[in-house]
Write a protein that binds this ligand. Structure first.
Ligand code: AMP
Ligand code: MG
Length: 347
């Protein structure tokens, strides 16, 4: 072999090595998907994007550890949760609570004030009355409704920041964090994932979602479907999306009367209750709020459902970096958006 041929041979070997290295070089970051896990009376799913698969899996477990913790503290379905203990004892004595529960309660009171009681964290007696009405298949009587309503009102809640305690002014009051705790759990999960090394993630609890950083599958944004209320089905079936939102670092929460409701003598009653009327909020079948934090989006979506389109939109318009997309109840099913919502639906 002369010199010329040797050079060509070396060149070919180097080229082959380069191509092989490129083929086996990891393209982009690794991903892990938790699939759906039951929690908070619904299902949660977490997708993590990380430098490697091990880190992605660790991020998912870090997220779920936070979600389970929040559920254990704040569920009113669990007898041994902190909220259940408050509901049992807070009229008799001030009950000390964890930093997390205190933080959520403070935020909840803030949103109760902001929405003039449309969102009310003390709506528990009315929610429970409608829950038992559904089990008994009989609409509550006026006396029952009035009695429950007299025990509702965030103004009758005493929070002590020094003691980190909560106390009720009226006997029979009950807290209900169902309209805000999912959002808080999502924010906590996101925090934990960032700390655990995630480059990007999506955390979904029952359709309330927050995403950040590098999107899944090499896309430039996270794509989130908002369900068409008229085509919603039960369980995990995603049904049909009426629109797809494109998000980077944002949270979205949807309150809808199509998934959870009480069925009494064949009539649907929504699970979101107005303290003013003591009955379900009826005018909007779906309220989607986009905001920076999931807690804010969650609380506002519930608040706007009760406030109705006009007042609800006014509240969202004056809240910085927050947008909303509403769908009115059938038969109209009209879409109404805040002025800046379009940027999330543009392709
Ligand atoms: P969401 O799905 O976030 O809209 O929350 C609905 C849940 O919030 C209900 O199942 C109740 O637990 C609770 N809830 C119902 N009505 C209200 C209200 N007016 N203010 C605050 N929370 C409420
Ligand atoms: Mg909510």
């Amino acid at each position: 072999m002369d010199r010329q041929n040797t050079r060509i041979a070396i060149g070919i070997i180097v080229a082959i090595c380069l191509i092989a290295a490129l083929c086996f070089w990891p393209i982009g970051p690794a991903e892990a998907d938790s699939g759906h896990r039951p929690v908070m009376g619904t299902f949660a799913r977490v997708v993590a994007v990380a430098p490697d698969t091990k880190t992605a899996n660790r991020c998912i477990e870090a997220a779920f550890a936070q979600i389970y913790k929040v559920d254990q503290l704040m569920s009113d379905y669990k007898d041994d949760s902190e909220i259940s203990q408050v509901n049992r004892d807070a009229f008799k004595r001030a009950v000390k609570i964890s930093k997390s529960t205190y933080e959520v309660l403070q935020k909840a009171v803030q949103f109760s004030k902001l929405s003039a009681g449309a969102f009310d964290v003390t709506v528990g007696p009315l929610v429970q009355l409608w829950r038992s009405a559904s089990e008994a298949n009989s609409v509550p009587t006026d006396t029952e409704l009035q009695d429950a309503r007299s025990k509702v009102g965030y103004e009758k809640l005493i929070l002590d920041a020094n003691e980190m305690s909560v106390r009720f002014v009226v006997d029979g009051m009950k807290l209900d964090l169902g309209g805000i705790a999912k959002g808080y759990a999502i924010d906590k999960a996101v925090e934990a994932m960032k700390k655990s090394g995630a480059l990007g993630a999506m955390v979904d609890i029952g359709g309330d979602i927050r995403c950040f950083g590098t999107p899944s599958k090499g896309k430039s944004q996270w794509l989130i479907g908002v369900q068409d209320p008229s085509k919603a089905r039960d369980g995990l079936d995603p049904g049909t999306s009426s629109l797809v939102l494109r998000l980077k670092d944002a949270a979205i929460a949807t309150s809808g009367n199509y998934r959870r409701f009480a069925l009494i003598k064949g009539i649907k009653y929504t699970h979101i209750i107005s303290r003013k009327t003591a009955a379900g909020a009826e005018g909007l079948s779906s309220v989607t709020v986009i905001s920076e934090k999931a807690l804010d989006a969650d609380a506002l979506a519930t608040a706007v459902t009760v406030m109705g389109a006009e007042k609800g939109l006014t509240l969202v318009e004056k809240t910085p970096q927050t947008e909303a997309i509403l769908i009115t109840s059938p038969p109209e099913q009209k879409f109404i958006r805040t002025s800046g919502a379009e940027k999330y639906t543009k392709y």
